[in-house]
Design a protein around this ligand. Structure first.
Ligand code: NAD
Length: 327
């Protein structure tokens, strides 16, 4: 297929781009590098340095794209509470412009990076796709809005749309001498921050809240390896059906508290990780654990690296080779 990947200089988009290229697809990456890394761009993909809302410049009616995979977004839930306008523009307004371009160019398929954050504080755990959607942060709200846009676009204009609601993405892609891992700036994700502490580049790790109703008081999250996530995108591309918006949660169905994650980081790295308790972050739900039964049934998706040890091990291998050695 001829594919446009938005956000292909970011963590997940750059891994999926490589797996799409490995599978024989032709890929153009649209990314203005606002938070991505030039070094993460796949050499075999064409890079277009444009913001998402200008995607129509690439998605011309005669360009012949078979699908768009839409990863580009701002992703920091905390920041989204302080600067919500940035998130509505970057995530929702830009996505509406992208969908307009997809329609005008008659691109038949679109796969969208949605998030567990659309559910807010879940009433049922593990969370099915049918659960109540009540985001507790602006980031989740901006993503839910795009999901709603895609439902009406699929119904009215025959788009084959798929939203993949990722839970916490971790690990790294390590293959044929290529290593891609998480490098957000500022980093807000627990595992890369804990690795920074293990490596001695940060003094201590802040745990935001230890009075949640969980086994040790810290938040519970479900982690998914970035390679398993990427595989789901390849399956979603072929499973997309015109006129339907399919939505799948992607996680492992296992929750780990923040303290348990830190313990795995200590085990894998062999280094101490001092922690300090900080106040809760606004908008953080206590527990987010996925039911991915639907993705397993309908996409035939089976995670190959479900353990936290695998994910932290790969993230640490990336960290040592690309963050420590190049700093
Ligand atoms: N990382 C996670 O754990 C996680 C969890 C759930 C959902 N997601 C979703 O997955 C997607 C990718 O996340 P990531 O961790 O790879 O993020 P990332 O920040 O590493 O990558 C995002 C990429 O998009 C680009 N970008 C952002 N806005 C843009 C715009 N308007 N125009 C052009 N380029 C733009 C950035 O330059 C960057 O390269 C996001 O949509 C995010 O909401 C991520």
């Amino acid at each position: 297929m001829k594919l446009l990947v938005t956000g292909g200089a970011g963590f997940i988009g750059s891994v999926v781009t490589r797996m799409l290229l490995d599978a024989g697809h032709q890929v153009t990456v649209l990314d203005d590098l606002r938070t991505g890394h030039r070094a993460a761009l796949a050499p075999d993909a064409t890079h277009v340095d444009l913001p998402v809302h200008e995607a129509a410049q690439v998605l011309t009616p005669d360009a012949g794209y078979d699908a768009v995979l839409h990863f580009a977004a701002l992703i920091a839930a905390g920041e989204s509470m302080v600067h919500p306008e940035r998130y509505w523009h970057a995530n929702t307004v830009s996505s509406i412009a992208l969908v307009d371009a997809v329609r005008a160019a008659r691109v038949p398929r679109l796969v969208f990076s949605s998030t567990a954050a659309v559910y807010g504080n879940p009433v049922e755990v593990p969370i099915p796709e049918t659960a109540v959607k009540a985001p507790t942060n602006t980031y989740g709200a901006t993503k839910l809005a795009v999901d709603l846009v895609l439902t009406s676009e699929a119904t009215a204009h025959d788009l084959a749309a798929v939203s993949l609601r990722y839970f916490n993405v971790a690990g790294a892609y390590l293959r044929d001498g290529v290593a891609i891992g998480e490098r957000h700036d500022p980093e807000t994700h627990l595992i890369p921050i804990a690795l920074d502490v293990a490596a001695g580049r940060r003094e201590k790790l802040q745990l935001f809240g230890d009075d949640y109703p969980t086994v040790d008081g810290t938040c519970v999250r479900d982690y998914i390896h970035v390679e398993d996530l990427a595989r789901a995108h390849l399956l979603a591309l072929t499973a997309a059906v015109p006129g339907r918006h399919r939505i799948y949660n992607l996680g492992n169905g296992n929750g780990f508290t923040n303290r348990q994650v830190v313990d795995v980081v200590r085990e894998v790295t062999g280094h101490p990780v001092p922690v300090e308790t900080a106040p809760r972050r606004e908008g953080d739900p206590a527990e987010l654990v996925a039911s991915s039964a639907l993705a397993r049934q309908e996409l035939g998706w089976v995670p190959e690296k479900p353990t936290l040890t695998d994910m932290v091990g790969d993230a640490w291998a990336f960290y040592r080779s690309h963050v420590l050695e190049q700093s």
